[in-house]
Ligand binder design. Structure first.
Ligand code: NAD
Length: 513
């Protein structure tokens, strides 16, 4: 790409039909291209057209970014926490001022529906404000000792945090998932998903006017090159990753090199148990809502993808489910009238269609969808899809699809369905729909997942810890625990001088003379 102008301005400049914008990445307190000159295309999944390009960072860029972030981290951590909190609130205000262009940029880059992406900006702002409010809550503890010593702990930031995020909620993750690390006093380097990097660059564009230079960097590029180099850099002692299980394993292994602290938010194959006492029509609406189609075309780690319905309501529930899916409109995600848009990129589209093909050949019944919607010849579209007659051994009941695809299974014994729901290597979220509180309480206690929803699937109050069990992850986010995870504990034991100086000694009283 010779002669093209590289710019830091992506907000309001990237658009359909416009000439592609050639964006810079935000490292070392400035804006740059990759040292190699390599670039990645940003493709609008609705039109399959290139709307922008971003730098494909290599090890030299990573090294420059880390060194500059180390430098910036010293003055950032030295700021009184109230000042850091104030700046995070300022960043939240600045984001709110351009919420609509950010949401639009995410739609163009990811194909997620516009209403969902507006919601993502709201969530990102809420996370910034939540952690700004918690910024002072990194205090240590004291240990009981004798008179000669004082022993206490301090919590100090790591310095530089690598924040690697996936493609599915681009702005929300780049922003919200950096908030705790920033509040705790770290400089953060965000590595966005290579398919959806634009709104992370927009975040840096907004932050430029608010945060000190180098405190928040955005390094674009592939996972295999830029991501790997970032994780392996000796200047990075704290790695926070959100993405797939195989990449999580790779990152854990790579982080072993520097014995870095790693947290992982990984995939899910999230079950929903529908009990016999529910209203089948309402349960079907809840089940479809829990697929997160309107938010991210089903591409959410917490989406429900296997539903166990009690045999007594199976028929009515299935009919209601099909009815609800029929109501969903698939089309241009910029059009508010549409509930679903395309999947984020071509390879993922092919992968989801492969899962659908495999389910059919394994003998599941395709009850709804399963193909490209009629009339949408371009773009990475796939219909919301429902498989019935699924058995526990089928791949569609076991593997994460990460798309708008649901597998329906039946049950008749409560203990048995809980056992089946738990028979997975993954344990991110789980759901139960029932009006019976005793059943809800028992099932919630027995489900092996980091987050259990009883009714109201997907409703997560701010501050409620989120993080997977088993191979779905390590550590918790959206909580005080996350804030503390960006600090390292130091113990200080002060041994006091055995003899007090003469001026501090107690004066002898008259009677002592
Ligand atoms: P992915 O693992 O392919 O990529 C995620 C990020 O890691 C990207 O930025 C990528 O460039 C980077 N990466 C890839 N290889 C790397 C390496 N060797 N070293 C360092 N970085 C590397 O995931 P994806 O396809 O972008 O996202 C989908 C997955 O993310 C799904 O499995 C989904 O369940 C999971 N996810 C989990 C959560 C959660 O909170 N638990 C949230 C969203 C998505």
């Amino acid at each position: 790409m010779t002669g093209a102008t590289i710019t830091s301005r992506v907000l309001g400049s990237v658009d359909r039909g416009a000439a592609p914008v050639h964006a810079a990445m935000a490292i070392a307190g400035g804006w740059s291209a990759a040292a190699s000159g390599d670039r990645l295309d940003c493709i609008d999944p609705t039109t399959e057209e290139v709307v922008a390009t971003v730098p494909a960072a290599g090890p030299a860029d990573v090294d420059e970014a880390v060194r500059a972030a180390q430098e910036a981290s010293h003055s950032w951590r030295a700021l009184p926490w109230r000042r850091r909190a104030g700046l995070l609130h300022d960043l939240a205000d600045a984001i709110e001022d351009v919420a609509e262009p950010i949401a639009r940029l995410d739609v163009l880059d990811s194909g997620n529906p516009i209403t969902g992406m507006r919601g993502d900006v709201v969530s990102a702002v809420a996370e910034l404000r939540y952690y700004a409010g918690l910024a002072g809550q990194t205090h240590g503890e004291s240990t009981p000792t004798g008179a000669e010593t004082v022993s206490y702990t301090r919590r100090e930031p790591y310095g530089v945090v690598a924040r690697i995020v996936p493609f599915n909620h681009p702005f929300k993750f780049a922003t919200g998932k950096s908030a705790a690390a920033l509040a705790a006093g770290n400089a953060v380097i965000v590595k966005p998903g290579e398919q959806t990097s634009l709104s992370a660059i927009a975040l840096a564009e907004i932050a430029e006017a608010v945060l000190p230079p180098g405190v928040l960097s955005v390094l674009t590029g592939t996972g295999a090159v830029a991501g790997q180099a970032l994780v392996c850099h000796p200047g990075v002692q704290r790695v926070a990753f959100t993405g797939s299980v195989p990449t999580g394993r790779r990152i854990l292994a790579a982080a072993a090199q520097n014995i870095s602290h790693v947290t992982l938010e990984l995939g899910g194959k999230n079950p929903l148990i529908v009990c016999p006492d529910v209203d089948p029509a309402q349960a079907a609406r809840d089940a479809v809502a829990s697929m997160n189609i309107a938010r991210s075309n089903g591409q959410s780690c917490g989406s429900t993808s296997r539903v166990y319905v009690h045999e007594s309501v199976r028929k009515r529930f299935t009919d209601a489910l099909v009815e609800r899916l029929e109501e969903l409109r698939v089309g241009d995600p910029l059009d508010e009238a549409n509930d679903a848009g395309p999947l984020a990129f071509a390879a993922h589209h092919a992968r989801v269609l492969e899962h659908i093909g495999r389910a059919r050949s394994d003998g599941a019944t395709l009850a709804f969808g399963g193909a490209r919607p009629l009339g949408l010849d371009r773009g990475y579209f796939v219909e919301p899809t429902l498989f019935t007659d699924v058995t526990d051994d089928m791949a569609i009941a076991r593997d994460e699809v990460f798309g708008p695809v649901m597998a329906l299974l039946g049950w008749s014994d409560l203990d048995d369905v809980v056992r089946r729901a738990n028979a997975s290597d993954l344990g991110l979220t789980a759901n139960v729909l029932t009006r019976d509180l005793a059943v809800a309480h028992r099932v919630a206690n027995e489900l092996e997942a980091g987050y259990v929803y009883v009714n109201g699937t997907g409703r997560r109050p701010p501050g409620s810890p989120f993080g997977g069990w088993k191979q779905s992850g390590l550590g918790k986010e959206n909580s005080h625990e996350e804030l503390l995870s960006y600090t390292r504990e130091k113990t200080v034991t002060l041994t006091l001088p055995s003899a007090l100086p003469s001026w501090a000694r107690t004066r002898p009283t008259r009677g002592d003379r």
